[in-house]
Unconditional design. Structure first.
Length: 1158
């Protein structure tokens, strides 16, 4: 094995050396190819004929010679317009003009030469073939015509990804965003985006999800192709899709455009929610100006293309909060009521007694007023930073009694420069550099209310992003049958986000000095009082992140008779420097239970969270120490692909890729891992204690093992049944990114979370106070100093060394038919299966269900929570191990794995799987007779065990929670990303009136200025809703999240407008008994509201002079102002269960644009 590893390292180093030493160039992955057979009129093969494919706009030729069977292949052609010519002495020269070639297209042109003189020419003018008879990949090419003609209010070229069949947004979203989409049943956020052959996405830390960092301007993109099912062996690290973007290049003529796009709330409609509440539409303004310019530096040799774009926007930022009333600020709760008007009684946690049954109770405060002498001094100082009420929409509960609104602004600049140079017919290079700078400045809402409150604003502070993308490419044509390509790519992103109060002295509140001395970031601590809005710095808001990828790749293409063989290698080097402290100055949580009558039982008419704040008696507190991490990870891939033209009708696609990840390391060796089988350094009679935290070192720098088992075969074919019909099929094995990629945090031992309970006896007495919230001291990272004793008695979260990449198996069968009128129809069957997928659950020390599940459990809940003699007493002596160092211990802790720890969590298991089957129908009419159409319908079904990779990725869509994480078969259900029906229709119609049109071609210029140059385009989407996932508030399970029982059919008939307050039948659910599994599946067959949305654009052009025109456009998103309702609340037991309160899509949003083309 070590010999194999050494060879692989040598190959990797060789690939890197080739890429660094000279030469960096483009893979043909973002180019096109032309192939065919040259014969005489009798059908006999003609060897030795010269085939020249010339770039029309740049006059750059690409030459090959036919082999002994008359075959030729010309590869690495930049997408664009071409002229094909074939000549040989004794035959007339054949010329085929106006050939458009798209990214990754392999066009076939068979040529029949006629006997004659070379000087005689046979010229053919026609479009490129519509049928794909060479590769078995499914996907869609989106030309710049689509991007500029269709309504695209966000001016993002990749917003048109959903023009591809089988693609939909992730759960809860409308359309693809970033890489966050589902393609033919794959996991969301697992796709690669390449621009000019180099990736522009990074890896979301510690997740295996991809994150797009840079997108070129619409006016800089020539086209892109989205491959969604089965792609060649040259592609990797994607189980979803490959998006190949090609930017524009300069030509022999100068050309470009300038533009200004404007959006303003004056022209927008009001939202459904605002209309419902009688509110005015919010202010919004956005202005984007820019332009592009391309042309020759040296004709036929060197070309440039440059882009500049500046965007600024202003939008409202508002907050509605619930803050203490003026009476409550003084400790007076005599006017504090529940929603039904009944008073809420406040009980004194310092005044207790035992009732007749021996149960500890609290006595109420006389008059429901807390005496001044009991008001906590720290709480009173913190209260000075809490805003006072400025409205009272509910005089009974005083909910939402504070409102503030301000204007936030954002600014963005982007520029790109691309240079192409042809040394000769054999050697060509290109290079591109792009940069984007973005700054976001939200208002400080607390400061708008009162400047003195600025430090405690819990809302978002300012942020900035600086992104750079660079690509350099080299193509070398060694001879007519051998081609070398090399690529270097860099994507780099620097992101910073700050709270409003980044320099606050905690001791000014009366908090102890040890907090100020220990804090890694001095901000206002967070106070969270139940029933009230937070005060202080939001957890994890501060972020300091620099990340990127160096990419090196190279390949050789060899033409051997009917074989087009391509072999190559790829190296990626990921880096991430990351800091995101959770609560670096502390977080204090206060609940109503502290001021209720009973110690352990809540009551809606007892207790108040803010009363608990005033008394300085909380539920718990946190304090994070999490230093900046410097993470590095790599990837190596090697492939061979053979596109074998076995006959004129049949092409077989054979490929094999071998790849592995170089698991992450940290520059200061601050990683650790979990050894499940290592013997514990402590021993207790009757327990076989195992499980130890281990640390990396110079010999073992990574906490993960390398997985050397990733072989991905690919097999497909394309068969031309006749000149109008093609049949294609393909299947392959693909690997997704693993958890072993870069991480934004150090390992266990190098970061800490001081989570302190404020009572050790269920609320009878206090363990901590606001003046001393961490009486046992704040946990400081021990590093590796304690060895195997690290975290004994405490909770530990780390990873196991096992590395296994999630896998996707994809297959398809496709039939294409050219039906004339520049149109094709396509019927596709697609399927995929995911195995070893990640799921969110991470506990390595769960409590076995035999102890607690159902009526046959070995223990009751009371028995499991009962105090029993502690076998660790005197052995675990750390004063911070408050749950394991006493004379007694709760019974359940001794029944778990590794009871010597408070808890143990590890890397997410590769335990989930998925299945997908889909039928796709597509009709495409390429531009002719002033009309372009593209429409498709997908009928599909996706089933999985878990719809999300990580609980921290819920913002990407999906909120998978398990009832029984130890048995994922119980979780098998419809995927949260499943869209059963999806229909998309787009069209662009240039009205046939005016000069150069079918009607009125001879009208005068003034008349043409009125009736000519009109264009209408539309984008319509109709799709099913996503399956609903019903959870339950207040569930009782030891390991998972309890779901309710499903006791009936929750479907309800009627129009959705009549069901907004009762979207489904709430009586179809019931609460299960404690410590039992509910019968509701993870997702229901009931779906959320469907999507029905129409965007339109109206365009008018005026020809200024030859080659110059002015264009005015108006486009509207959600042109009908049709509400696309969001999903209802699905938390059983909550007051808003089954209620829809908002929409997924905003109201009609209008944009005006003015462009000048030259």
């Amino acid at each position: 094995m070590s010999q194999i590893q050494n060879r692989l390292r040598a190959i990797s180093l060789l690939c890197m050396a080739l890429a660094v030493s000279g030469v960096a160039w483009a893979q043909s992955s973002y180019t096109a190819a032309v192939r065919g057979v040259v014969t005489d009129v009798s059908g006999g093969a003609i060897p030795g004929a010269t085939v020249t494919v010339t770039e029309s706009d740049r006059n750059v030729p690409h030459n090959v010679t036919t082999d002994d069977a008359g075959r030729y292949v010309v590869t690495a052609l930049p997408p664009g317009q071409y002229t094909l010519s074939v000549e040989l002495t004794g035959f007339r020269t054949y010329t085929h003009t106006n050939i458009p070639l798209a990214v990754q297209q392999q066009a076939t042109f068979d040529v029949s030469l006629e006997v004659g003189e070379v000087a005689e020419t046979v010229e053919v003018r026609s479009q490129a073939p519509l049928l794909n008879i060479t590769i078995s990949t499914l996907g869609q090419v989106i030309e710049n015509r689509y991007m500029t003609a269709l309504p695209n209010i966000g001016r993002n070229p990749l917003s048109l990804l959903n023009l591809t069949p089988g693609v939909n947004g992730a759960a809860g979203t409308i359309s693809p965003s970033n890489t966050n989409f589902v393609a033919n049943g794959t996991r969301n956020s697992t796709s690669d985006v390449l621009v000019d052959g180099a990736i522009v996405n990074t890896t979301e830390q510690n997740t295996g999800a991809t994150d797009l960092k840079w997108t070129p301007s619409v006016d800089a993109v020539q086209e892109f192709k989205m491959q969604t099912n089965f792609f060649g062996a040259e592609y990797a690290q994607s189980g979803g899709a490959i998006i190949n973007v090609v930017t524009k290049s300069g030509t022999n003529a100068f050309h470009g455009d300038g533009y200004d796009f404007l959006r303003d709330s004056t022209f927008n409609a009001n939202s459904w929610a605002a209309n419902r509440n009688g509110s005015r539409k919010p202010y919004y303004h956005r202005d984007q100006v820019g332009g592009v310019l391309g042309g020759p530096i040296r004709k036929n040799k060197t070309f440039f293309f440059a882009t500049f774009e500046y965007t600024r926007s202003s939008s409202p930022s508002s907050a509605t909060a619930t803050v203490p009333t003026l009476e409550q600020r003084r400790g007076d709760f005599s006017q504090t009521f529940f929603s039904d008007g009944k008073p809420i009684t406040i009980y004194n946690p310092f005044d207790t007694y035992k009732d007749a049954q021996g149960i500890t109770k609290r006595r109420p405060f006389p008059g429901n007023v807390i005496p001044p002498e009991l008001l906590d001094k720290v709480a009173l100082k913190a209260l000075q930073y809490y805003p006072k009420p400025n409205q009272d929409p509910n005089p009974i509960t005083h909910i939402n009694n504070w409102f503030m609104q301000g204007i936030g602004q954002s600014f963005a600049k982007q520029y790109d420069l691309k240079v192409d140079h042809s040394f000769n017919n054999q050697l060509r290079v290109t290079a591109r550099f792009s940069e984007n700078r973005n700054h976001n400045a939200p208002p400080n809402l607390y400061a708008l209310a009162d400047p003195a409150l600025s430090a405690a604003d819990p809302y978002n502070g300012p942020s900035f992003t600086k992104t750079k993308s660079a690509t350099s490419n080299l193509t070398f044509v060694q001879n007519a049958t051998t081609l070398w390509t090399f690529t270097y790519g860099l994507i780099y992103s620097n992101y910073g986000r700050d709270p409003f109060n980044a320099a606050f002295d905690e001791t000014t509140l009366g908090l102890p000095k040890y907090m100020q001395d220990t804090a890694t970031l001095h901000v206002f601590p967070m106070f969270s009082a139940g029933g009230y809005s937070d005060m202080g710095t939001q957890g994890y808001w501060k972020m300091d992140r620099q990340e990127g990828v160096h990419q090196y790749s190279g390949s050789m293409t060899k033409i051997l008779r009917g074989h087009n063989i391509k072999a190559g290698a790829e190296v990626r080097q990921n880096f991430l420097d990351y800091a995101q402290p959770g609560y670096p100055s502390g977080h204090f949580v206060f609940g109503a239970q502290t001021t209720s009558e009973d110690l352990n039982t809540g009551n809606s008419y007892q207790g108040n969270g803010f009363a608990s704040v005033l008394l300085g008696w909380g539920n718990g507190s946190n304090f994070h120490i999490d230093p900046k991490a410097f993470s590095r990870a790599g990837y190596r891939g090697f492939f061979v692909q053979d596109d074998w033209k076995t006959s004129r009708k049949l092409t077989v696609n054979l490929g094999l890729r071998y790849e592995y990840e170089v698991p992450r390391t940290e520059l200061q060796n601050r990683y650790s891992y979990w050894d499940l089988n290592a013997k514990s350094p402590i021993s207790v009679s009757g327990y076989d204690l195992k499980g130890v935290v281990k640390f990396v070192d110079d010999k073992t720098p990574s906490p993960f093992d390398i997985n050397h088992n990733n072989f991905g075969p690919r097999l497909g074919f394309a068969y031309a049944l006749n000149d109008k019909t093609a049949i294609r099929a393909g299947a392959g094995r693909f690997f997704l990114l693993s958890r072993a990629t870069v991480s934004g945090h150090t390992g266990a031992g190098f970061n800490t979370d001081s989570a302190v309970p404020w009572s050790l006896d269920s609320g009878a007495t206090r363990n901590a106070t606001l003046s001393d919230p961490y009486p046992q001291g704040i946990l400081t990272p021990p590093g590796r100093s304690l060895g195997d004793m690290t975290y004994i008695g405490l909770g530990v979260g780390t990873i196991t060394r096992q590395t296994r990449n999630p896998e996707m198996y994809s297959w398809n069968l496709s039939i294409q038919r050219d039906i004339g009128w520049s149109s094709i129809v396509e019927v596709n069957y697609t399927g995929s299966r995911g195995v070893h997928l990640y799921s969110p659950y991470t506990s390595l020390s769960p409590l076995d269900p035999v102890y607690w599940l159902g009526p046959h459990a070995q223990y009751t809940r009371a028995q499991l929570q009962a105090a029993v003699p502690n076998p660790f007493y005197g052995i675990i002596t750390d004063p911070k191990a408050v749950n394991l160092n006493g004379k007694t211990i709760q019974q359940y802790r001794l029944l778990r794995n590794m009871p010597q720890y408070e808890f143990v969590s590890g890397s997410d298991p590769n335990a989930a799987d998925s299945n997908y089957h889909g039928l796709q129908l597509k009709y495409e009419k390429r531009f002719s007779r002033e009309l372009t159409l593209l429409t498709h319908y997908t009928w599909s079904r996706m089933i999985d065990d878990a719809s999300i990779t990580d609980g921290n990725l819920a913002w990407l869509g999906g909120t998978t929670s398990f009832q029984n994480p130890l048995d994922l078969a119980m979780e098998h259900s419809l995927s949260q990303h499943d869209v059963e029906h999806r229909f998309v229709a787009t069209g662009d119609w240039q009205l046939p009136f005016g000069r150069d049109r079918r009607f009125g071609s001879g009208v005068s210029r003034p008349v043409d200025a009125v009736i000519g140059g009109w264009e209408i385009s539309a984008f319509f989407t109709l799709q099913s809703g996503f399956p609903l996932q019903v959870t339950q508030s207040g569930g009782t399970l030891w390991n998972g999240t309890q779901r309710p029982n499903l006791i009936g059919d929750p479907a309800t008939p009627g129009d959705i407008h009549d069901r907004l307050n009762n979207y489904f039948d709430q009586a179809a659910f019931s609460r299960p008994a404690p410590d039992t599994f509910g019968t509701a599946p993870r997702t229901l067959d009931i779906r959320g509201p469907r999507v029905n949305m129409l965007d339109v654009a109206l365009i008018k052009s005026w020809q200024v002079q030859q080659g110059q025109r002015v264009e005015f456009r108006m486009e509207a998103q959600n042109a009908r102002n049709h509400p696309v309702f969001s999903d209802p609340s699905t938390a059983y037991g909550a007051s808003n269960f089954g209620v829809i309160n908002g929409t997924k899509v905003g109201p009609r949003n209008v944009q005006f644009g003015l462009k000048y083309y030259f």
